[in-house]
Design a protein around this ligand. Structure first.
Ligand code: DGY
Length: 425
C-alpha cells in the first residue's frame, strides 16, 4: 500500500466522529493544534470533513475566548490527567484549563487559498471565534508586551529543556494530590518526561483549579511564567493570517486595526526572546529575565512568522547549518551540542512533523529554499524509513513515542498534495 493511502487510513482510524484523536491509547481525546494540522491533511481529500474538524474544536471554546489544549468528550481511564483532575472548567465541554499554540488561523488561510464563495462562507462562520481566541492570548496571556505561557503543556513541547529555568524556580505543591501516570503504560518511560517534571506539571494544574481557572490570575500569579518562541512566532504568524482573512471578508476597520496592533506588538516583542549570548531565539523566564540555553526547533520559526532582523535570521541559519552537520534528520527539537540533549526523549531531541512543516514553510517563503528542502526531505525520509510516528530520533530516523500518528499523516498528505499541484502547474 502507498504511504499516502496509509496516511489516509490512519486519519480514518483515528476519527472519533467529527473529531480526530492524535493516536489511540496514548492520546484518546481531541487535542487543539493536532486537530488544526489534521484539518490540513484531511482537506487534501475531503474538504467538508476538514471543516468539521475545525468546527468541532471550536465547540470547546470557553466564554472568555480560550480554546483549551484538550477537549474531553468522555472520561477515558487510560489517560491521565483526565477531566476530573482538571476540576470544574467553565467551557461548554469538560477540558483542560490551558491552551495550545494557535496555528488555526494559519491553517484556515491555507485551506482556503483559492477562496471560492463556499470557502468564504466557512471562513466567515469561524472568524469571530478565532478572533476571540487571539484576543484572549493578547489580553490574558501577555505580560510586558510578550505572549507568555503558564504551563509547559500549553507550549505543546512538554519536556523541552527550554523550561528548566521556570520549572526549577517553582516548588512541587506540598499537598499535591497523589496520582498514577498512564503515559508510561502506553510507551516506554525513556520516551517521556521525568517524574519530577510531572509533579510540577500537576502542581500548576492544582493551582489553576484552586483559583477556579481565572486565566489572568493564572498568568500573573501562577507558579510558572515563561515566554516561548513557539507561542510567540505561531501567534504572530497567525495574527498576520487572521489579518488577511479579515480583509478578504470585508471586516470593519476597527477589527482590522485591532489585528494590525497585535501584529505590531508581536513584531516588537521578537527582540524580547533574542538571547544575545547564544545569538538565537530562545524561551525566557519572565520573572527572572533569564534565557534558556539552547537552540530549539522553535528558534527557527522566525522565518515562519516573518519576524526578526536580517542579522538575527542569518545567525539562525548559521545554527541550523551547524546542526545539520551533526544529525541525519533535521530539525531536532533541541540542539545536539547542548546539555540535556536526548535523541529519543520527546522534546529533548526528536524531530517533530508539525514543526518541520512550519519551519519548511517559513524558510521557503523567505527565500531559503535549500534549508527548506533539507527540513522537508528529512521528515519524508524518516517517514519512509519508519512510518507515521509522533516524532523521530534525529540521529537515526527511528520513530519515537506514539505510532499511527495523525499529524504525521496530515503533514505527509499536505506535502504530497502540494507536490502534485506543483507538478500539474
Ligand atoms: C500529554 O499528555 O503528554 C500531553 O502532551 C499533554 O497535553
Amino acid at each position: 500500500m502507498s504511504l499516502t493511502q496509509t496516511a489516509i487510513d490512519i486519519l480514518a482510524r483515528n476519527d472519533r466522529g467529527g473529531f480526530t484523536i492524535p493516536t489511540a491509547g496514548l492520546y484518546p481525546y481531541q487535542w487543539n493544534w493536532d486537530s488544526a494540522f489534521v484539518a490540513l491533511g484531511i482537506a487534501t481529500y475531503d474538504m467538508d470533513r476538514a471543516w468539521t474538524e475545525i468546527t468541532s474544536l471550536l465547540e470547546g471554546q470557553w466564554p472568555d475566548g480560550m480554546i483549551p489544549s484538550i477537549i474531553f468528550r468522555s472520561d477515558d481511564p487510560d489517560y491521565f490527567p483526565g477531566p476530573s483532575r482538571w476540576g470544574k472548567t467553565p467551557g461548554p465541554i469538560p477540558s483542560t484549563g490551558i491552551s495550545q499554540p494557535p496555528v488555526l488561523a494559519t491553517i484556515i488561510r491555507k485551506l482556503t487559498q483559492t477562496c471560492t464563495p463556499l470557502d468564504q462562507t466557512r471562513r466567515a462562520q469561524v472568524f469571530d471565534a478565532v478572533f476571540k481566541w487571539h484576543k484572549w492570548w493578547h489580553d490574558t496571556r501577555t505580560v510586558d508586551g510578550v505572549v507568555a505561557t503558564v504551563h509547559p503543556w500549553e507550549t505543546g513541547r512538554d519536556n523541552c529543556p527550554e523550561w528548566n529555568i521556570g520549572l526549577k524556580a517553582m516548588q512541587v505543591a506540598a499537598d499535591l494530590e497523589p496520582y498514577t501516570r498512564m503515559d508510561n503504560k502506553h510507551v516506554h518511560p525513556s520516551f517521556r518526561p521525568s517524574q519530577e517534571q510531572y509533579d510540577k506539571y500537576l502542581t500548576i494544574v492544582q493551582f489553576g483549579d484552586s483559583i477556579g481557572w481565572d486565566q489572568r490570575r493564572l498568568t500573573v500569579e501562577g507558579p510558572f511564567l515563561m515566554a516561548d518562541p513557539n507561542l510567540h512566532f505561531v501567534l504572530l504568524r497567525a495574527d498576520k493570517d487572521l489579518s488577511a482573512i479579515a480583509a478578504s471578508l470585508g471586516k470593519p476597520q476597527a477589527i482590522l486595526d485591532q489585528i494590525d496592533a497585535w501584529v505590531a506588538k508581536g513584531d516588537a516583542a521578537t527582540d524580547t526572546i533574542w538571547n544575545p549570548d547564544l545569538e538565537a531565539f530562545t524561551a525566557r523566564d519572565l520573572r527572572s529575565g533569564r534565557f534558556s540555553t539552547g537552540f530549539s526547533n522553535c528558534s527557527a520559526l522566525c522565518f515562519y512568522a516573518d519576524s526578526g532582523s536580517p542579522e538575527q535570521r542569518a545567525k539562525t541559519l548559521d545554527h541550523m547549518s551547524r546542526i545539520a552537520t551533526n544529525v541525519g534528520f533535521m530539525l531536532p527539537s533541541w540542539d545536539p551540542n547542548a546539555p540535556d540533549f536526548e535523541a529519543q526523549r520527546y522534546w529533548c531531541g526528536p524531530l517533530w512533523p508539525q514543526m518541520n512543516y512550519m519551519t519548511a514553510l517559513g524558510l521557503s517563503e523567505q527565500g531559503q529554499a535549500d534549508m527548506a528542502a533539507r527540513v522537508q526531505n528529512d521528515l519524508c525520509r524518516a517517514i519512509e524509513k519508519s512510518g507515521f510516528w509522533e516524532c523521530f530520533n534525529p540521529l537515526t530516523g527511528e520513530g519515537c513515542v506514539g505510532n499511527n500518528f495523525s499529524w504525521t499523516a496530515a503533514v505527509w498528505l499536505s506535502w504530497q498534495h502540494e507536490n502534485k499541484l506543483k507538478g500539474a502547474a
